[in-house]
Write a protein that binds this ligand. Structure first.
Ligand SMILES: Cc1ncc(COP(=O)(O)O)c(C=O)c1O
Length: 348
């Protein structure tokens, strides 16, 4: 691979300078945008039947499976992370203990917490003490691969190994990592991903890897016609005839997000996650070091700068500001010029 310094991404994006907020939402590559415009035009005129849009869902499922190194038959499609996790949470036994990091994004907290009335307890631990907190008695370890608040990257292999020692399920929310951080999804029992951030898709498409052994214990409580073995012959009535694989957990797809999702994932695959990783880290670390901080290992970084919100706004930089901390995130379409403009604004 060329070194990250010399490599220029393909010209597939129309980002206006200063977009440093992929942790909020990612920008579509041209093939995703074009496919979506075509679908909208076809919808407006009734030119085609919906089955063509549905092909995108299958393409996207396969692409996602390749990206995280699992079998497409073990991947279900849905809409949001909380929705994808809900059936898994409903399947944990009464009285189970779920361990989550203390600043975990809510979509991986509330799905467990709503089971409090049947004795399911959500315990929290700081991410730097998370491994130590995986003790006998913990039934589920549920954590973000990359934290949305500060970009902290969890050590998936170490956490999965510790969880196996105590017989706990491993549930990963990889929404902030999938698309830039290489990882092995098969280490987990569940990997849920919303595609609208680092996979640069329209809002409304998501995936979950559900390990075969786990699926036997989870009821597909959202099953409808699309969860059928052959969706085209399960439009009406009994008997129940669900897919044998993870498709039994599928939500019937919102067509248009999926039309944009398939090409966006294919762009990620064609560039390669390793290359995206190198590009994103180079920019994140250029930003950190220019502001006098140590380089790190994440495409999402935070810095503490007084009046950050005003300074960034005046310079037209779009990054997140949370409790005085700037959260900047760097993806394939981010440039050195974006970094330098943000640094200039923050140090003005
Ligand atoms: C780590 C993480 N997971 C999930 C989501 C989105 O959750 P949902 O798809 O349930 O809306 C976000 C959004 O910021 C996030 O940062």
């Amino acid at each position: 691979m060329d070194n990250a310094e010399n490599w220029t991404p393909p010209q597939l994006w129309r980002a206006e300078p200063g977009w440093l907020n992929t942790a909020s939402y990612g920008l579509p590559p041209d093939p995703a945008w074009d496919a979506l415009q075509q679908a909208l035009a076809d919808w407006r005129t009734g030119r085609i039947s919906w089955e063509g849009w549905d092909v995108s869902t299958h393409r996207a499922r396969e692409s996602f499976a390749r990206l995280i190194g699992v079998d497409a038959a073990d991947v279900t499609v849905g809409a949001q992370v909380s929705q994808l996790l809900a059936p898994v949470a409903a399947a944990v036994p009464d009285g189970a203990t779920v361990l989550v990091p203390d600043i975990e994004f809510t979509s991986n907290v509330f799905p467990w917490a709503v089971h409090a009335d049947r004795g399911v307890t959500v315990q929290t631990a700081p991410l730097d003490g998370y491994l130590d907190a995986i003790r006998p008695g913990v039934d589920v370890v549920a954590f973000a691969l990359v934290q949305s608040a500060n970009g902290a990257v969890a050590d998936l292999p170490a956490i999965a190994a510790a969880a196996r020692e105590v017989g706990a399920l491993v549930v990963v929310d990889a929404t902030q990592g999938c698309g830039w951080l290489p990882f092995d999804g098969s280490l987990a029992d569940v990997v849920a991903v919303g595609a609208y951030k680092w996979l640069m898709s329209p809002r409304g498409s998501g995936f979950a890897y559900l390990a075969p052994g786990l699926r036997e214990r989870v009821r597909p409580i959202q099953a409808g016609w699309y969860a059928g073995e052959d969706p085209h012959s399960s439009y009406y009535g009994l008997p129940l005839r669900l897919a044998k694989d993870a498709r039994a957990f599928d939500l019937s797809p919102a067509w248009f997000p999926w039309v944009g999702t398939a090409p966006a994932l294919e762009v990620v695959e064609s560039i390669g996650v390793e290359r995206i990783h190198a590009h994103n880290l180079r920019l994140a670390n250029r930003f950190l070091t220019a502001l006098g901080q140590q380089p790190g290992d994440s495409a999402i970084v935070t810095v503490d700068v007084p009046d950050a919100q005003d300074k960034l706004e005046r310079a037209g930089i779009r990054a997140a500001v949370r409790a005085g901390q700037v959260r900047a995130s760097f993806h394939i379409y981010s440039t050195d010029a974006d970094v330098d403009a943000a640094v200039a604004a923050l140090t003005a």
